[in-house]
Design a protein around this ligand. Sequence first.
Ligand code: PHE
Length: 353
Amino acid sequence: MYIFIMTLKENIQNLLQQVKELSANDEKELEALRIKYLSKKGVITDLMKDFRNVSGDQKREIGISINNLKTEVFNKINEIREKLQNKSQDEEKVSLDLTRTAYPIPLGTRHPLSLVKNEIIDIFTRLGFCLADGPEVEDDLHVFTKMNFAADHPARDMQDTFFVETNPNDVAKNIILRSHTSSVQARVMETTQPPIRVICPGRVYRNETITARAHCFFHQIEGLYVDEQVSFTDLKQVLLLFAQEMFGKETKIRLRPSYFPFTEPSAEMDISCDICGGKGCSFCKNTGWVEILGCGMVHPNVLQACGIDSNKYKGYAFGLGIERIANLKYKISDLRLFSENDKRFLDEFTSAN
Ligand code: PHE
């Protein structure tokens, strides 16, 4: 009996020592420890079995030390569990990027007309043109009178132009929505002496029924160059360069005589159809050419009306529709798509930003 008690006591002492040094690297190892010490077939249960054989006078002391051991095991296992939990939280903290936004913010897209406008601006600013701006609600003076429109020109008619305010005594004082960006030419020339080299992008309005091919507002870019020696050849060269930058090096241009009150001589420019490569298709109506802009040498009357000496200075001007260029570039068949804000249409230009 004595030997039995001594070995039991020693056993408990050894186990106590062992328990103090317990450790586990993960939940699995911890569970193995729990089973080893606390399960039905575990170390403590074995000790309890031995305890049954302990004689009366020793029961109290041995009982206390077994209970002690049990508490130690409990505490140790809890301590290890807590450590493991803290460790995994620390790992989570390390992988937490506090600089990230809470959720992805979807980026918008640029409107196709802005894309085309920016591309055109980019080409002309590289050629030395500056940007100029003017009001959309304009007076007749700048839209028509200074631009050498005859008093009875049909553009001055309500059928063609939107009127905001009419002045029966003086048509030049009529307030209208500008029908072309040429009004900005007048505003620039009024305030600046040559050399002038500007481009004026902006929205214009015409009293048209809205269809797939016409709209009551659209966008233009006007170009104006005024200096002492400006020739039609300069104009042609700049336009050729523009066409090749915009539509590719193979692009050809063609100038056809035309008429505008504010330019003399005037022309309309076509480019070789880039859909069929000039062979003829439905887009170019089998001609191999598509019209993209109007141009000409600034009429001396316009220079004079804006306070520029037409004996000393000459100039060229050109105006193009941004929708028209966008149609050519992106093959958009319905003009109305540009102003309907249909997200499905706008999202198609995501990659072009
Ligand atoms: N203003 C003309 C239009 O709206 C275009 C143009 C501009 C033509 C400058 C010649 C010179 O059609």
